[in-house]
Design a protein around this ligand. Structure first.
Ligand code: GLP
Length: 242
């Protein structure tokens, strides 16, 4: 495990984007696993800047998003489809047919999860999986539980997760109660995992996840078992790693 702590957000953003760009430069047809939430926004901004300067092209890249809410129209301003368009896809040359996001409006959620798993299998391996971290230790939308599911599946969001995401909606009642998420098994199969954590409110959970017992009650703790985990922390999130 490689843990890097950054004094400011800009340095962290540039380091994160640099890892992604370095991968695409050596492997133009890289398969990226992408995350949403507040955490990766600054990194996506840096990717767009680099693209605009002609330093990187995404035309041969394939992407798989981690998750999507169930029941939000695809064009809802808080759907992860909209998030990805707004923060990244509308500004780069990644072809639409190479973008994959679970369909949270599929009539049959189980069939949609199976379809998503098959698409990931077709791509062979995710080269780089970007991850944020939930306050309760979730990754993607894999919530703490007595057991975890390996592949893409339907989840009930925990109250804490809905509360954390309520800041993006008019009220907590508008936050969906379910989501489709890649499973922890799929996440752990990625060649490299890039975990990004920011903020004092996540200092304790990231420290426990990476140094404490490995348990399904803290899904991110399973990342300790990954042979190629890179962690980028801002100074606040990294304060317990000294
Ligand atoms: C969300 C997403 C995760 C994200 C996490 C943290 O609910 N499903 O992929 O990493 O929670 O979000 P944020 O980066 O906004 O703190």
């Amino acid at each position: 495990m490689n843990i890097h702590t950054f004094a400011n957000q800009q340095e962290l953003n540039e380091a994160g984007a640099g890892i992604i760009i370095g991968l695409i430069q050596t492997k133009p047809d890289a398969v990226l696993g992408l995350a949403t939430g507040g955490t990766p926004v600054g990194i996506y901004e840096e990717l767009v800047k680099s693209y605009n300067k002609g330093r990187v092209s995404f035309k041969s890249v394939t992407s798989f998003n981690l998750d999507e809410y169930v029941g939000l129209p695809e064009d809802h301003q808080e759907s992860y489809h909209t998030y990805m368009k707004h923060h990244l896809f509308a500004h780069i040359d990644l072809p639409a047919e190479q973008i994959h996001i679970p369909d949270g409006n599929a009539a049959d959620a189980e069939e949609e999860c199976n379809r998503y798993n098959r698409e990931i299998e077709k791509a062979k391996q995710i080269d780089l999986q970007i991850l944020g971290l939930g306050h309760n230790g979730h990754i993607g939308f894999n919530e703490p539980d007595q057991s975890l599911v390996s592949g893409t599946h339907l989840v009930e969001l925990q109250p804490e997760t809905r509360e954390a995401n309520a800041r993006f909606f008019d009220s907590i009642d508008d936050v969906p109660t379910q989501a489709l998420t890649m499973g922890v098994g799929t996440i752990l199969k990625a060649k490299t995992i890039l975990l990004i954590v920011r903020g004092a409110d996540k200092a304790e959970i990231v420290h426990r996840a990476l140094t404490g017992p490995i348990t399904t009650e803290l899904p991110a703790s399973l990342l300790q078992t990954h042979p190629n985990l890179v962690v980028l922390l801002d100074a606040e999130a990294g304060r317990l790693f000294v």
